[in-house]
Unconditional design. Sequence first.
Length: 267
Amino acid sequence: MHETERHRVILAAVQARPVATVAELVDMTGTSEATIRRDIAALHVQGQLRRVRGGAEAVNPPEQGGLMGRPFSVNETINMTAKRAIARAAAELCRDGEPIIINGGTTTYQMVHHLTARRLSVFTNSFAIAEFLIQNSRNSVVIPGGTIYREQNVILSPFGGVVASHFYAKRMFIGCQGIGQHGLMEADPMIVQSELGLIGQADELIVLADSSKFSGRSSLILCGLDRITAVITDSGIRDADRQMLETAGVRLIVVETSAEAVRNSVA
């Protein structure tokens, strides 16, 4: 991750919690502790945050707390070749007339470009996904009530949602912070709470995860591998991770990320 991207992640993190620790920032950026400490020092000198023991805090904390994890604007610049190919494969699983759930995320967002000619009933907690489909398709779009978290481009409510609890879906398409032997992992408790409610409304759970997500980790487990129907990923997946999914009975769909495949995916 480049310095500019790291700084954006760090500044978003300090706005999301009382103190962003060095360890948390190392996990978010995939860089070393020494690099994070230098970044904090530089941003402190610039007056963009306040350096504290073990981490950093916001100079002017917002009234509305943010969510843990990288901002949408940063995530959408990472592994985009793989994300576009994965999203196209996910969209090919959809059939006209089906009700589906598309959870907020930068990989799931790429599905919208392949749904413009479809006739689906789409429930989404992503403001960006809902806006695109409303403006560029004739799909039926349902969104939950709640607060819009601008950094992650999602709508969440701490009280759950009546609409979500009554929406049946053939499939739910979801991204993740990480995936491992314990299942899907997420970065923020509110995201976990929201997604748990939605997972129970779908027959099938389809995970969209580029191969880097198999190295991602978090302290919050969303669900076990036994709840996952299929994982769509790229050819960078390791043999050990393939075996892990096979052992758990999870269908694996591997997409090509060649230049030709990318051109076709955005055509």
